[in-house]
Structure formats: structure tokens, C-alpha cells
Design a protein around this ligand. Structure first.
Ligand SMILES: Cc1cc2nc3c(=O)[nH]c(=O)nc-3n(C[C@H](O)[C@H](O)[C@H](O)COP(=O)(O)OP(=O)(O)OC[C@H]3O[C@@H](n4cnc5c(N)ncnc54)[C@H](O)[C@@H]3O)c2cc1C
Length: 596
């Protein structure tokens, strides 16, 4: 079974050379965040990921979580690993020190999130959802809710969930029916939620559910949805879990992947009604939930990256061991490992170059989030927030779609051995498949990008981004290294394609919204590929600057070649996607429903 080793060199390169870790140290609260500190944190995280979480991945997949009379029991070893995770302070790494967090930049935490997901995606989902709950309560909860729940959620002693989905309310949350009836200081919640990740388990002493529900007199649709905090155990006067609340897991789903992450049907108020506390104001729950979902969407993007990295490591190691065939043109002589075959190299570089592009985009966005929160200049904060808003659906949609493609390539490199379970390659593919579905499907991300993020400022955030990309394109000129003109040409073509498609979408969306939405998935992928090319070009420039001085010559040369591969083999997709954006919509409604 392949081990997981965190790609620390690339992570540190991206953090320092592309995401501007040093500049973050100038922000209030981050004064002590030096590259040395970040390195030490990542090394410790890498140990936990490689030595504790990764070995549980396969047995967790085989055993899964189970529902017993006492509730959901996590797969063997998970509870002990979670205790270690909490005791070592990983849960609150970037959380607010006011509530016991360590207050490190999100950039540093993002690298750890990648590692947890590479090592064990099922495990990583539990803290991912807790972090979303922390954000929602911190941003919108009363002081009392914050005092009572945040310290335990931040430490990880209690975990959080996100209870949105109901059988009739998936992508369309306006159809939520769970009821909330005011009763004195609190509300009585009743109804059923489905597909709730880590909705119940035995790894922590309490589970804090954030639940969307509707008041009896609430307006129809999304404007009548409120957000409630519903703990599994009510909290006693001393702050510890006391009486059991009327909420339980009715069943857990049997599913394609992430078997060790219990996906629960949750029943609220089967007996006396579950006690829930309003978060923020009545009927304003949906925007609050988006606080949680935006944070979760960025992390699910990092999941796509994490699972792709794990699949790449397994495929690379296998390609170096598996002996099959001879070198091209040789009929005799020694048989060689499959990494010598051109097509296997193509697949490995397709995996590696896209993973590095995703990592760069994900970490650069993480730094933008830090800047958007902490930069002393208000205009700079707004600029970074615009960028984060624009690119959150891209990070989520593009990285998770690539996660599936890359884990599938991982199976391919293993040949038949990849299709059977022993190598682990099949599990990575199965696990990756959920990421383009939950936290808003790729279709929903694409609609958000085209229908809201691009259009709400008439394309100015995108124009700002394209201007930055053009500046990088110019920097690529005038090099005597043969790789750089190729990288420049690839990036230039990508930017041109993105510009044209953007113009088309902006012109079309008001006139014919169906056409723009029919093109939206292609537009999202196009934006992702070009953003990836932009970051790989920046990486190549940074590697060129470092190559002589850093003692990392091999790494830097490989980075430049990988950026060239991306420019030559991935960026041409931008042109095709741009053509598809501009023409594909014409036939989408050409067929009558019965013709499908
Ligand atoms: C393993 C797992 C874990 C999950 N964890 C959680 C959780 O913790 N909490 C939670 O609340 N939910 C959770 N979910 C639910 C998940 O978020 C939903 O499944 C997802 O949002 C899609 O909703 P749906 O399944 O109802 O699909 P539908 O909304 O029915 O969508 C079906 C198809 O139609 C498309 N579609 C629907 N509406 C539109 C539209 N307006 N525009 C374009 N395309 C559209 C979708 O893209 C999709 O392809 C989980 C689901 C799974 C499988």
C-alpha cells in the first residue's frame, strides 16, 4: 500500500514564491509568522498526515462507519487519531485566538488542509465542517452562543455539521421544510435532513448542528429560511454536555466512496422537539449559511487538490516499479519500468502539472483571504475580497473536476491493478467523485460564476484579473531560456480565449440567460485552466530567479519544464473551451423533452 509523503518542497515554494508568505508577516496578528515557523508547522502536519491519518485510509474505506444502538461509531482508529489531532491543536490552527485558536494565516492552514485530505479524505471532512460552523457562529451568532460553543468547536472537542439538504431541497434550498417553532428563549426544531456529513459519531463528546429551518409564519422561498444551532447534547451551566437533545441519526448511507465519513439521515424532534438556538436574525439564515459554505467551498477545492496529489504519488511510485515492455525501438535488451514509456510520462506530467497549478491557485487565494481580512488598507482589502469572491466557484469547481480526472489517470497508470482495490488507486477515484457534487455541484458553481460573480460588477473583477495575467505574460518575454517563449505563447493564447469568452458571456447573459448558463460549465473550466496557466507562469519566473542561488536547481528546472508542459498540453484547452462557450448553447434547447 503506498504511503503518503507531503510534497513539502512544492508547498513551501508556492507559499513563499507565489503566495507571498513574507508579506503576511506585515499584517497585524501575523507578526510572528516567518517562513521558518511555517516550515516547522508543515513538517509537523506532514508527520501526522503520513504516520497517523494515511495508514487509516484504506482500513477506514473497507470497514466504514457503522450505526449502532448508541449512535454512529467511526471506523477503528479514527477516534484515537481525532484525539491526537485535537490535542496537538490542529483544529484551531487558523482560528481566532479570542476563542482559543492559534491565529495562524489561512495560507498556512490551507497547506495542512491539503495534507489531511491527501492522507485521509474521510477523516478530513470532520474538521472541514467544524471550521464552517465556527465561521458561521463567529460571524452571525450572539455573544452568548459564541461564548458557549466557539471555544469547544475551535479546540475540536466538539465537532460541527452543516444541515441543509432535505429530500426535496438539494441545490434548491428554498424548498427547505424543517420547522422551527419559537418557545421561550429557544425554538423547537422538527424535520428530517439527509446526507449530513459526520452528522453523528463517537469521536467527540458533542456534535453541534447548524440547521436551516423555517418558522411557521415565514415567507415562501429563500427569504423565509432561518439558521439554528442545535447541539446533540444541551450544554449545562458549567459549559459541559448535559441532557441529550431530541436529534439523532436515523440511518447512514451506503455510498461510492468516503466510506469512513458517515453520511447521515438526521431526525430532529421525533419526540419532544429538538431545542435549537437562533443564529442571527429570523429569516436571514441563507446568507448566513453562505458564510459557512464559502469557507467550505474553498476547502472542498483543496480536497480536489489533496486527493489528486495522493493519486499522483501512488501512480508515480507504481510507474517506477512496474516492469513492462522495452524502450521504444528496442526489440531485445532489458525490459523497463513503465515510467520509460512516453504515454505514461504524458499521464504523469498531466497529473503533476495540474496539481501544481491547483496548489498555486489554492494557496494564492488563501493568502488573498488573509489579506482581505487583515490588510491595513481598506482598498486593498476590498480588492482581495473581490478576487476571492470571483474565484471561489472556480477553485471549487475546477479543482474538484480535475480531482476526478487526475485520480482516474492514477487508475490508468496502474493498468488492471488500478481497477481492483488492492493498490488503493480505485479508492482515490471513488473518494474524489463526491467533491464536484457537495457544497454546490459544479453546475451550481458555474451558475454562480456566470450569473453572479462575473456580472455583479459587470466583469470588472475579471478585467482586473486579466490585467494581472497580462503583466505576467509580459514578464515572460526576453529570456534566453527556450522554455519561456513557449510558456508565454501558451499563456497569451489562454488569456485571449478567456477575454473573448468573458465578453461573450457578459453580452449574452442579459439577452439570453439560458444560453449563458448553458455555457457556464465550460466558462468555469476555461477560467480554471487559464488561472492555472497564470500561476504556473509565475512559478516558472520564480524558479528562474531561484535556480542559481537556492541550492534547489533540480526542483527549479523541473518546475520550469512542468510549466512548459502545462502551457503546451493543457492551455490549448482554453481555446477549445472558448469556442464551446460561444457556440455550444445554440443546440441545448433544440430538442424537445421527449427527444432525449
Ligand atoms: C456524501 C455526501 C455528503 C454530503 N454532505 C452534506 C452535508 O454535510 N450537509 C448537507 O446539507 N448536504 C450534504 N450533502 C448534500 C449535497 O450538498 C447535495 O447532494 C448537493 O448539493 C446536490 O443536491 P441534490 O443531491 O439534491 O442534487 P440536485 O439538486 O437534485 O441536482 C441534480 C443535478 O441537477 C443539477 N442542478 C440542479 N439545480 C440546478 C440549477 N439551478 N442549475 C444547474 N444545474 C442544476 C445539479 O448540478 C445536478 O447535476 C452531501 C451529499 C453527499 C452525497
Amino acid at each position: 500500500m503506498p504511503n503518503y509523503r507531503a510534497p513539502l518542497q512544492d508547498m513551501q515554494f508556492v507559499m513563499t514564491s507565489l503566495a507571498g508568505l513574507e508579506h503576511l508577516a506585515a499584517l497585524p496578528g501575523y507578526e510572528e509568522v516567518t517562513p521558518d515557523l511555517a516550515e516547522a508547522v508543515l513538517e509537523e502536519a506532514a508527520k501526522l498526515a503520513g504516520e497517523v491519518l494515511a495508514p487509516l485510509n484504506r482500513p477506514g474505506d473497507e470497514q466504514g462507519a457503522s450505526l449502532t444502538q448508541e449512535g454512529v461509531v467511526a471506523a477503528d482508529g479514527f477516534a484515537a487519531a481525532y484525539r491526537q489531532f485535537v490535542q496537538n491543536g490542529w483544529n484551531g490552527l487558523s482560528a481566532d485566538p479570542e476563542y482559543g485558536g492559534q491565529g495562524l494565516p489561512w495560507l498556512v492552514a490551507a497547506a495542512t488542509v491539503e495534507m489531511w485530505n491527501s492522507a485521509n479524505m474521510s477523516f478530513a471532512l470532520c474538521p472541514l465542517l467544524t471550521a464552517g460552523a465556527i465561521e458561521a457562529v463567529k460571524a452571525h451568532g450572539s455573544d452568548e452562543l459564541k461564548t458557549r460553543f466557539l471555544p469547544k468547536l475551535v479546540s475540536g472537542e466538539w465537532t460541527g455539521t452543516m444541515n441543509l439538504t432535505e429530500p426535496q431541497a438539494g441545490s434548491d434550498l428554498s424548498a427547505v421544510r424543517t420547522r422551527a417553532v419559537p418557545q421561550g428563549e429557544h425554538y423547537k426544531i422538527s424535520g428530517q435532513k439527509i446526507f449530513i456529513t459526520w452528522g453523528d459519531h463517537d469521536m467527540a463528546e458533542n456534535v453541534v448542528h447548524l440547521v436551516l429551518a423555517r418558522l411557521p409564519d415565514a415567507p415562501e422561498g429563500t427569504r423565509g429560511i432561518s439558521l439554528f444551532l442545535v447541539p446533540k447534547y444541551l450544554v449545562g451551566p458549567d459549559g459541559s454536555p448535559a441532557e441529550r437533545n431530541d436529534v439523532e441519526c436515523a440511518s447512514i448511507e451506503h455510498k461510492l466512496g468516503i466510506h469512513a465519513s458517515p453520511t447521515c439521515v438526521m431526525s430532529f424532534g421525533e419526540r419532544a422537539g429538538a431545542i435549537g438556538y437562533l443564529v442571527g436574525r429570523e429569516n436571514e439564515g441563507l446568507p448566513y449559511m453562505f458564510t459557512m459554505m464559502n469557507e467550505a467551498r474553498q476547502k472542498v477545492g483543496l480536497q480536489g487538490l489533496g486527493i489528486a496529489e495522493r493519486a499522483y504519488q501512488a501512480a508515480r511510485d507504481y510507474a517506477k516499479e512496474r516492469v513492462q515492455g522495452r524502450l521504444v525501438g528496442q526489440r531485445s535488451g532489458n525490459r523497463v519500468t513503465i515510467i520509460h514509456h512516453p504515454d505514461v510520462r504524458r499521464m504523469l506530467l498531466t497529473m503533476k502539472s495540474q496539481i501544481e497549478a491547483m496548489r498555486a491557485l489554492g494557496y494564492v487565494m488563501a493568502a488573498d483571504i488573509d489579506l482581505a481580512h487583515k490588510h491595513p488598507d481598506a482598498e486593498e482589502r476590498r480588492r482581495c475580497q473581490r478576487r476571492v469572491d470571483l474565484l471561489t466557484p472556480v477553485l471549487k469547481g475546477w479543482c474538484t473536476e480535475l480531482g476526478v480526472e487526475i485520480t482516474s489517470l492514477g487508475v490508468q497508470i496502474h493498468g488492471g491493478a488500478g481497477y481492483i482495490e488492492e493498490t488503493g488507486a480505485a479508492q482515490y477515484l471513488r473518494d474524489s467523485r463526491i467533491a464536484p457534487i457537495y457544497e454546490g455541484t459544479s453546475g451550481i458553481q458555474a451558475g454562480d460564476l456566470v450569473g453572479r460573480k462575473l456580472t455583479m460588477d459587470n466583469g470588472s473583477a475579471m478585467a482586473e484579473l486579466i490585467t494581472e495575467m497580462r503583466a505576467v505574460e509580459r514578464e515572460l518575454g526576453g529570456s534566453d531560456n527556450a522554455d519561456f517563449p513557449v510558456i508565454r505563447e501558451g499563456l497569451g493564447g489562454g488569456i485571449e480565449a478567456l477575454e473573448q469568452a468573458t465578453k461573450w458571456v457578459l453580452e449574452t447573459i442579459r439577452r439570453d440567460p439560458d444560453a449563458a448558463l448553458a455555457a457556464s460549465a465550460h466558462y468555469l473550466m476555461l477560467t480554471g485552466y487559464v488561472c492555472g496557466g497564470w500561476q504556473m507562469a509565475r512559478a516558472a519566473l520564480a524558479a528562474r530567479a531561484r535556480v542559481a542561488s537556492s541550492g534547489q536547481e533540480g526542483f527549479c528546472r523541473a518546475k520550469i519544464s512542468t510549466a512548459r508542459f502545462y502551457a503546451e498540453q493543457l492551455l490549448p484547452k482554453a481555446n477549445a473551451l472558448s469556442t464551446m462557450v460561444k457556440s455550444g448553447a445554440s443546440t441545448v434547447f433544440a430538442l424537445e423533452e421527449e427527444q432525449f
